[in-house]
Design a binder for this molecule. Structure first.
Ligand code: AMP
Length: 557
């Protein structure tokens, strides 16, 4: 065990859980984990104020796993998540941490998939149930006893659940659980509606909040780039092409990520190395010395391993994985801009982490501007510039050293000087794309940056603007179809109810759902044109506010 895992060892978690955490590559607990794990392990109710990116999933998953009894084959912990996407992520996290706990099984329960296998998995003794509220209520309607053995309840992203209209479903679920259970609530914000839930359903909860002091950051130009998690490496490679850097440090979360990214960079010809808690002290010092004297240009590090690293050559910090809290962000980017020099810090943000970005902006009191990936033309220009720079010093005397050889090759091959020069270039550039079309093909896909969170993000439970403002017919965005349901305001429907039901039952990403307009006797929803028929088929039996949704394509003419 390395010294750094001491952080997790101090919790006295079941050794099988600790072993899995170490195998996952976590070096030390994040701030929310430090505070929450002992409280949840001790069986207290808790309210945790934290958003995605802080490590909140492990903050509840590890102590909950510690508290369940693997020998009992019945549901013991229920985690409620607002969307199917989050439910799957949480279930996967539980599976990872329970990898070395024989007999522990996890089931994810969400809309848009058949109910039978889900119910069967619960009845077969899955100890951990991760569910979206709507689908869980459907199960309760079939079997009201299904949750009767649950001793631990976690509400994950409670504010999001309310925004998606799951309040009534939550009440049904609370009723179906034993009143003696432990309840843990995580939420990024604590509007009045969440406090009211806590008051009614939690017992003497302890509060955990990551204190965020205002931090100042000077002389560092900050930017962020929206990117899908699986496209991070290609995004980093594309950014490096156009960034003019001297030395650069990249931060990631796990040891494995330091190794993977460093080898991807090396493969592209960068002088890069990994720095993580498994690397022995003397080797670590060698890496830092190499970064100082230019034998290395890029170091990919975890927070722990980069502690105390002070290299004045560093001009850029890339936060490839989001830091857990604003303090650690400020700490990371402080690696550049040393000794009064200017530095540049870039943060990669996945769609789910946008909120963390807002917290960072609030705490640092600075806007972190959005940048786009360089377009194909910029990449091409940068590549040609590098090629020009590498050839320019050679032309002065290459003719005297290689001119005769050139003449001989032209004669032997029987080609023009231009054809030969082109062949040499192809060899020298080693298959690198040097046309616009070829570069375009390799470009990573990035998420849409325009709509942040569609429903009123900060308000907790204000109705979606679509309810009140968007009365005029609005032109459809390309690739979208308008659909209609006969449910409207008079049926007690708000935009958030439609959003929640369609997201989960349809299995869509949030960005895929366009404008929602709720009228008195009907509602209109914009959905992706591609796959619309199968989406409508999936939603065939969906109910919202107890009534059939019956969504149909809507033709305006
Ligand atoms: P969450 O805030 O729960 O969505 O977690 C964000 C990411 O951080 C996930 O990819 C986790 O696997 C990762 N993570 C959580 N805790 C740690 C830790 N202590 N060390 C490294 N990575 C972590």
């Amino acid at each position: 065990m390395t010294q750094e895992t001491g952080g997790f060892a101090a919790f006295n978690l079941n050794p099988n859980i600790l072993a899995a955490v170490i195998a996952t590559g976590y070096e030390e607990p994040s701030a929310i984990q430090h505070q929450s794990i002992p409280i949840i392990m001790a069986g207290h109710d808790m309210i945790g104020q934290a958003q995605t990116g802080t490590g909140k999933t492990a903050a509840f998953a590890l102590p909950i796993l510690h508290r369940i009894d693997p020998a009992k084959r019945e549901p013991q912990a229920l985690i409620l998540a607002p969307t199917r996407e989050l439910a799957l992520q949480v279930a996967t996290a539980f599976e990872t941490y329970a990898k070395q706990m024989p007999g522990v099984t996890v089931v994810a329960v969400y809309g848009g998939a058949p109910m039978g296998p889900q119910l069967k998995a619960i009845r077969n003794g899955a100890q951990i149930v991760v569910a979206t509220p709507g689908r869980l209520c459907d199960h309760l309607r079939r079997d009201e006893k299904v949750l009767s053995t649950v001793n631990h309840l976690v509400l994950d992203e409670a504010d999001e659940m309310l925004k998606l209209g799951f309040m009534d479903d939550l009440e049904v679920i609370f009723k179906a659980l034993p009143p003696t259970r432990q309840t843990v609530l995580f939420s990024a914000t604590l509007p009045q509606s969440i406090r009211a839930i806590a008051e009614r359903h939690l017992r003497d909860p302890q509060h955990v909040k990551i204190q965020t002091k205002t931090q100042t950051v000077t002389a560092i130009e900050q930017a962020h780039l929206l990117v899908h998690a699986d496209q991070k490496t290609s995004a980093v490679l594309s950014l490096l092409e156009v960034e003019d850097f001297d030395a650069l440090i990249m931060f990631v979360r796990t040891k494995q990520a330091t190794l993977d990214l460093a080898s991807a960079l090396e493969a592209k010809g960068y002088k890069a190395a990994a720095l993580n808690g498994d690397i022995a002290q003397n080797q670590r010092e060698r890496v830092i010395d190499s970064l100082k004297d230019g034998r290395l240009d890029i170091v990919v590090a975890t927070d722990v391993a980069a502690r105390g690293l002070d290299v004045p050559r560093i001009t850029h910090v890339f936060n490839v994985d989001m830091p857990y809290d604003p303090e650690s962000y400020v700490h990371r980017i402080g690696r550049t801009g040393r000794a009064g020099r200017e530095g540049r810090a870039l943060l990669l943000v996945t769609p789910r982490e946008r909120r963390m970005l807002q917290v960072i902006e609030r705490v640092t009191g600075q806007k972190v501007a959005e940048v786009r990936l360089p377009d194909a033309q910029a990449v091409l220009d940068a590549r040609i510039k590098k090629l020009t720079n590498s050839l320019t010093p050679l032309v002065a005397d290459a003719e005297s050293t290689h001119g005769d050889l050139l003449d001989r090759l032209i004669a032997d091959i029987g080609c023009s000087p231009r054809a030969l020069a082109a062949a040499l270039l192809r060899k020298a550039t080693n298959g690198q794309a040097l046309t616009l079309a070829a570069i375009e093909r390799d470009r990573p896909l990035v998420p849409n940056s325009a709509p942040r969170e569609r429903s009123s993000e900060r308000s907790g439970d204000r109705p979606d603007r679509g309810d009140r403002e968007r009365r005029a017919p609005v032109p459809l965005a390309e690739g979208r179809a308008r659909c209609r349901t006969a449910l409207g305001a008079r049926d007690g429907i708000a935009a958030k109810n439609l959003l929640g039901a369609i997201l989960n039952e349809g299995g869509l990403a949030r960005e895929a759902i366009g404008r929602i307009q709720v009228r008195d006797s009907f509602s209109l929803v914009e959905l992706p044109e591609v796959g619309l028929e199968s989406l409508l088929a999936k939603l065939k039996d969906t109910r919202v506010a107890g009534k059939q949704l019956k969504l149909r394509r809507y033709r305006e003419d």
